[in-house]
Design a protein around this ligand. Structure first.
Ligand SMILES: [Zn+2]
Length: 167
């Protein structure tokens, strides 16, 4: 029975499950669109447009359908006016999910021939090491060997930035 219900719902929205609606394709799904009969799938004709104000203060267009086909008009209006406008929601989403910035300190491989050398001192409980790249030696001392290598890598990249900015 559950399967039947699911299939019906998925078919209704033209093969796209409601949860799959992307942010770019903003397709509003009114309750009547989740109807079982094919004739009821279509969005009814718009008989009027009302300008409403969203919580963000921006105006939005709110469509009216014929009274008979607009049983949930009040609910729809409440929904639209109780949340930010589409543009603001897109912006908020972009802010919450920023594209990963390229971090030059954690990206890219070291050049060919780069050599790490690390020695552990049990007394001081520290690793002393060097990173040699094309004759330039970077050195550091850390409690952990991975931390040491990370720091040496960072030193090399910071030196690269200095060279780039001075030329
Ligand atoms: Zn807005």
């Amino acid at each position: 029975m559950w399967c039947l219900v699911r299939i019906t719902r998925v078919r209704v929205v033209n093969g796209t499950a409601p949860t799959r609606l992307s942010h770019t394709k903003r397709t509003w799904q009114a309750p009547f669109m989740i109807a079982k009969h094919p004739k009821q799938r279509q969005k009814p004709p718009v008989v009027g447009i009302e300008e409403v104000v969203c919580v963000c203060g921006h105006k939005a267009k709110f469509e009216h359908f014929a009274d008979k086909q607009d049983k949930y008009r009040e609910q729809r209006r409440t929904k639209i006016t109780s949340r930010p406008c589409a543009q603001c929601r897109i912006e908020a989403h972009k802010k919450a999910h920023p594209k990963k910035q390229k971090n030059r300190f954690s990206q890219g491989r070291l050049p060919h021939g780069a050599t790490f050398h690390a020695t552990y001192d049990a007394e001081s409980k520290k690793w002393t090491g060097t990173l040699t790249i094309e004759g330039t030696v970077f050195s550091d001392q850390r409690g952990g060997v991975w931390k040491l290598m990370g720091e040496l890598d960072k030193k090399y990249r910071q030196a690269l930035v200095l060279i780039e900015s001075s030329t």
